[in-house]
Design a protein around this ligand. Sequence first.
Ligand SMILES: C[S@@+](CC[C@H](N)C(=O)[O-])C[C@H]1O[C@@H](n2cnc3c(N)ncnc32)[C@H](O)[C@@H]1O
Length: 379
Amino acid sequence: MPKFVAVTSPGLTEALFSELESLGLKKLKTHLSSVEFEGSWEMCYRANLGSSIATRILLPVLEFPAYKPEDVYFNVKKHDFTKYVNANGNLWVDAKVDESAIRDQRLLAMKIKDAVVDQFRDKFGERPSVNKNDGLSLYLRGYKNNFVLSVDTSSPALNKRGYRVKQPEAPLKENVAAGLLTIAGWDGEMPVVDPFCGSGTILIEAALRYMKRAPGTLRKSFSVQGLKIFQEEAWSTALDFVISQEKDEGDLDLDQVRFYGYDIDSKAIRMARENAREAGVDHLISFQRKDVVELEAPVEKGIMISNLPYGIRVGDEFFLAETYKNFAHTMKTHFKGWDVWVLSGNKDLTKHLSMRAEQRFPIINGGIDCRFIHYRVNK
Ligand SMILES: C[S@@+](CC[C@H](N)C(=O)[O-])C[C@H]1O[C@@H](n2cnc3c(N)ncnc32)[C@H](O)[C@@H]1O
């Protein structure tokens, strides 16, 4: 049975583990920012189509130590890459390396590309073009001079669902938003309120989960579909499986809005509405322009989950201190008894909430070290 690796952002592995388990995947093993599983190609396709928290599903094909670029070239030649695409197909390589003698990621990617291209040239006298679309996508991960080269079955990354037609300045990745919903223990039914919704990612992910819509069914394609080893029948079975998990129309309360997004910026609200329409969930979400200082609870009982502005990219820290104080006032006045979860990358700002945290989870969001903090507002 092949071994696959589902990659996610650090901090979301436990959430990913339970999601993969619910998709029926077996022999799961957690690593720092990934979950390994063993299974048929159908299971790999299931993960691609059904996971909301993974960013890529990799098939590791080579593992080797390397201290100079030539070691990489030499090792890559040990695996036959001509079985994945035709000589006139496309090839793309991404490399990420930490704490190793070879530091130049572009050079590493080039060495791999050269080794693969030489294999094709030697065998067919022709070589694939270097192009990101529709072809063989390879991913090299190096850590402490040990390298794993994998075939990326997902490319483009799974968080690119395709519904984000408009992007704000500091958007939350779709898979991080999905992971936050799991960590917050959201039951998939309860109303969700996001007072700093930006382009609406948290609420769109919540609405998709409410419908039990497999996020992969929103996408146009996955790199694995362009490979010679692609198994059409197993793909159809995986697709049938994820579709069978979706809620029937009769089980959906389509008339009732249960997701509420607010933002001070009318441009963000327009983006959020457009993105929700693209994702096919606009009928479930109400977006409204509102400063958090004016916000009142739109429903009696719900959960608040939000990605607060934290002054590294959006807004100015001094100015934001006031926003955090206003947010705390709104919670204490209008959201008594609510569970509130906030993602923030600035602990100086969260101090201005003056509330005792119940739990804190470290999350990396767009390279920024953040905390996902749980508060329980007093009744
Ligand atoms: C980090 S962004 C949220 C990004 C969002 N999660 C997304 O996926 O696009 C923070 C948002 O807070 C909004 N904001 C800032 N001050 C606000 C306030 N006083 N009231 C409501 N929203 C505010 C900003 O306009 C921005 O869209």
